[in-house]
Design a protein around this ligand. Structure first.
Ligand code: BTN
Length: 225
């Protein structure tokens, strides 16, 4: 399914992927000089980690493409399981945590009929507030990449053939703070409540103190202190 193009050093694999989008092409880089994360953050990208942008052309309508972040998070978690690392949690919408620290970042960008899925996975190096897979097992960047691509192929197919519910069920088994008090932080407002459920579109359902069930479809969840 995939055709990997490797570069030693780039500004960002996302930019190269955007230049010539072809379904199944992957831009991988040894390092990034301007790796980018969500909400305009930088993504630290020294040599020794996995940086790639995967170009996909889903058959499903565009409004469902946000679900891909769950597909990729599940594929990433299954890759960890395959390496014997089972104590991970999935934080809405698309973070994989081990021991409460982020292992990887997933960035989804839409370009016309294509989706560019950027994944930055800490293999050998991690900033202080994050973790790396080599804290838990021995695996090289390209070994991890090959295992990850097998899982992406599998769960992308599940998503295309069965829809989101199968992905949702897998994701829910490891959901971070499910049933607990959280803060849902959106760009301009924060809501407090209990993380009650994830609906069949990937929307987080937050039960507020007054009983209202609020739908959260973007943002980042924080734990109440
Ligand atoms: C996040 O903020 O959690 C998402 C980080 C995504 C980083 C990856 S690394 C490969 C690809 N290229 C980039 O510039 N960003 C993504």
């Amino acid at each position: 399914m995939f055709n990997i193009k490797y570069f030693e050093s780039v500004e960002s694999t996302m930019d190269i992927a955007r230049e010539n989008p072809i379904h199944g092409n992957i831009i991988q880089a040894g390092e990034q000089l301007s790796g980018r994360g969500r909400r305009g953050n930088q993504w630290s990208s020294p040599k020794g980690n996995l940086y790639q942008s995967i170009i996909l052309q889903p058959k499903s309508p565009k409004q469902s493409w946000g679900q891909l972040s769950f597909v990729i998070a599940v594929a990433l978690s299954k890759t960890c399981e395959g390496l014997g690392v089972n104590h991970y949690q999935l934080k809405w919408p698309n973070d994989v945590l081990i021991d409460n620290r982020k292992l990887a970042g997933i960035l989804i960008e839409v370009l016309g009929d294509f989706v560019i899925v950027g994944t930055g996975i800490n293999i050998q190096h991690a900033p202080d507030d994050k973790c790396k897979i080599n804290d838990f097992c021995d695996v090289t960047v390209n070994e991890f990449r090959d295992l990850f691509l097998i899982q992406i192929t599998k769960y992308f197919k599940v998503w295309e053939e069965e829809g989101f519910p199968s992905i949702r069920n897998l994701w829910m088994k490891h959901a971070y703070r499910l049933g607990e008090e959280i803060q849902a932080r959106l760009p301009n407002i924060t809501y407090d409540g209990v993380f009650e459920d994830l609906d069949n579109n990937g929307i987080l359902l937050l039960r507020e103190k007054d009983g209202n069930l609020r739908q959260i479809n973007s943002g980042e969840i924080l734990v109440c202190s």
